[in-house]
Design a protein around this ligand. Sequence first.
Ligand SMILES: [Zn+2]
Length: 1114
Amino acid sequence: MPDLVYYDKTERSFFRKTRSNAIVKLVREQYLRGDIPCMSEQCPSIPPCQRVLDINTNNPKHEGLLSAHADHYVIPDMSARDKTLGGIIMRYLEILEQEELTGIILSQTIITSLQQHDKLRTYRKLRQIINDTRRNSVVFYNEVFADTRVPRLAGETASERDWRALCRMANWYSHHLGKPIVLLSEVNSTLNNNNNDDDDNQGLVTVRTMKQYIDQYWGQHTLLQNLAQVLAEAVLEDDLERIRVTSSGKKSEPAVSGYTEYKPMEELEAGIKSSRYFSGTLRCRSGTRDTGYVNGGQKLEKDILIIGSENINRAVHGDMVVVELLSENNWTTTSSKIAYGGSTEDEYEETRLTRNINTTHPTGRVIGILNRNWRSYVATIQEDTPSNGLFHLAIPLDSVIPKIRLRHHDVKLIQNQRIVVRIDSWPTSSQYPNGHYVRSLGPIHQLDTEISAILVEHGISVSQASQGFSEASLKEMPEDTVATPWKPEPNEIARRKDLRSLTVFSIDPPNCQDIDDALSIRDLDDGRIELGVHIADVSYFVKENSLTDLEARSRGTTVYLADRRFDMLPSVLSEKVCSLRGDVDRYAVSVLWTLDSKTLQVLDTWFGRTLIRSSCEMEYEQAQQLLDGESVATNLSTSLSKKLKPSVVKLATVLRAMRRQRLAKGALELESSNEVKFKIGDNHSVTDINILFLLFLYTNLTILFQNFNESEAMIMANSYVGKRIYDGFKDAAILRRHPPPNAGQFEMLVKAAESKGFPVDFSSNRALAISLERIVKNSAGDPEIARLMKTMATVAMNEAGYISSGHYVVDEYFHYGLALEFYTHFTSPIRRYADIVAHRQLLMCVEDEVAILDRQKKGTSMTQDSKVNDICDHLNLKSRESKFAQRDSTELFQSLYVLQHTTNGNPLIESGVIAEIRSNGFYVFIPRLGLKGPVFLMDKHGQPAVPLSLQSGNSDHDEEYLSNCTIDVSIPTNISVQAATLPHPIQFNLFDHVRVSLKLRKSHAHRHMVYMTLIDLEHTKVEKSIPIMSKDILMKTVMESFNNDDKEEIEDIDDIETGREVGGEKIAMSKQEIETRRQLKKSTKQQGNMYDFLEQFRKMSIAACSYVDNTTTN
Ligand SMILES: [Zn+2]
């Protein structure tokens, strides 16, 4: 009887070899249970066995459910013929990792076996599959389940028993569900029915090899077919290990010069323990994969450099390596060269590495690998590859990854394509790693291909491209249609603080769809003021561990690319039920402060769930008009304007004063705007999005209209919530930490500022803020200087990140940039998962009934330090990757822009500012395009290459060079060129204005790269040459472009499908889905059109700069 719970103790023992080769016997007690659920949606028991577990335990393992729609489920066996268990699992694994394969039931038998054999990496990967709710796969605890447990018989080997256990489990499933089960095994081919069952499995259980399985069920699926084929032939790292172990003594292939075998694990571990060796993650510098470094840790306090492919010794960027230091006379300095070719460098990493230039670094050599960190790489087959032959070289898009040698029977099929490849192994006998082809993303340099490449490179799951929330997850969502609009429930109305009579309003950019914050302010009777921040109550709809929750957690954040975005939440929440629209009732989580009206001191704070009805979705422009004294704002009724005006005016006064107070405490001005306010309305075309977003990125702005200080209220809310959840959960509060910088990080900034006569004091954030302010004031004639200095300051600082408070001591929580003791992210739960965690924690702190009930019913991991810490690590990674994906897509569009403007042979000449001096040239920042690119004064071989155009001022000469010149570099401030033909040396100083010609270095294997050649120096002082548009004109231009574009769009919409077949039913696509498709279509069709808009918008991006601060560290 499956629903009868009983416990029966049993013992399970196994032997394990320790590192010192001793054999120990491990005994584990196990309790047999009768309530292990099948985890299938199709469960025929009444109630379903999953439900029984929910009732019996407070903390069910809700790990996704096997879909009822699947026509079979798969149970993998992972045993191998020889003892090392290795290769076959790895071969399997990659196929199992393919998203198409769903309905995998992972047995406890296999998990235990992997743990015993130290296959933790394999185990982790399998866990990832299970944890990915989109895969509809589960773990089944067959070893502790009374119905499936199989004791070992006398004379039976462990692997024989394991196979019998799997067969029993397969039989149980087929009986329980009446569904076909496929047992995947490379070793066993027949079902073992000696389980003393009354067994007749009605032919529902079949045993297949992976190859047979793929042939039978996935015959039409070329990707899986190919993979099965390719993987059967691949030589994997585990195979190499096995060959090495079993054939020691036998002569293997000769090693490529410089490569040596890794030292045995025992030796490596002992060496690390005794500090003879160092371990860490290998990072390679962009464009120069022959130079890597590993953090030397506390002992060295410097990075260890690893120079040359011999010393890198087959390690790949991202691998966890063990390094041995070379003798000190081999130590060297880091290069300050700009790399020739390759993608943009990670500014933080780059700064870390180059700020100590000219000092000698410990230099070392890789002698072992603790953990390979290989992933899927986007690559392109080397251009000159002959089409005969079986092996080919693929060049990864990411220039820190070595070329990969792969086997393909017909290379013509994948030439000129971006392909996904994986590395299998790297033997000493091979100059390059061996890998295999996985799939193609499409022809190179096509927009959709390149966007897919960006997604793969940054680990953004491709299924997100369809905004793919599973149907099961959408079932969890509330309904909100025109026919039945969402309404608050009576019991929620009863228990929430009802603020519907309060004047609440939101202030956002035009056409904002996902409004996650709103504000209120009013005078209280006793002369005090009540200030309110109201945030969308997302956590009410997204319950912890629900499918939507797990999906949102895995996404971590909404990802904005230049021309499209990938939402974290389904649109029914982000744009409808959670969006704080005007004139509708909405659930909110509010913070209400009672302030002293004179001192603005906070006298009291209230947090909790509320019900609000926003009076108005105001746009910045409207708020500004009311603030500027107009009695009626554009498009607002007289009565509404009259109602809102006092609130808006009061709010602005209060927030301005509060901001002043915070700045006085030392908050950095470059941090003052901390909310990313970029939002896309659903009536916008891709064109608008491109431009708005380019505008957004070009200027690094986070708020377009900074002079309305609405963000101050959000900073305040985040800070108070941070303190409150810390008070409630000292050990597990999710906080946002911005560590203070150390002196070394400011070396470049200080030198740069000194070269312009500005002192920089960074002893405290307040001192730094004052220094920067002084620079802004004194360089008013040349605003680019102040702007670049702020950028340098931002880059020099540490990145802010999420932490669990239990992992740090209290005085490390401080947010340096904002000058706040406690900070968290609370105000944008629609597009950041961290905010949802903060909401849950806050609501538990203030004992919200529903939050407490949720916790009792389902349990919570939101209060456990280790769990919160894991979430933080994940979210930090996701937000970093999403930032990089953003940057890459912007660069892609910038390069397309340059391509568009140079194809007719005319040069694209721009004014720019020297932003960074390097030993072989410098970086120039072009404010008009928000683009930073290299100008080389030396060629790859170290020979001077100074364009003749500098002398002639004629751009036609920018590819001819001055003869017989010498170059002197003084980093970071100056580089000068001397030549016999020049009357005096040409000096290039940091922040000098130059004119450059933008060019595109076309590339086959990489994205086209924008580079620049010099035309001349602008010696005359450049005054504020850029006319700043008034906001009125700016807004008008934006709106006009939208309108124009909408008209063209209409013709397009007809040929877009508006429905899709799912399970025989035609399901209408959501508005958003149609919009996404339309955008995709447009983006490929109408690029020309886009550039016209770009032209209009470049002016505005400049105008916007004046409102904007640089805030990558909030
Ligand atoms: Zn069941």
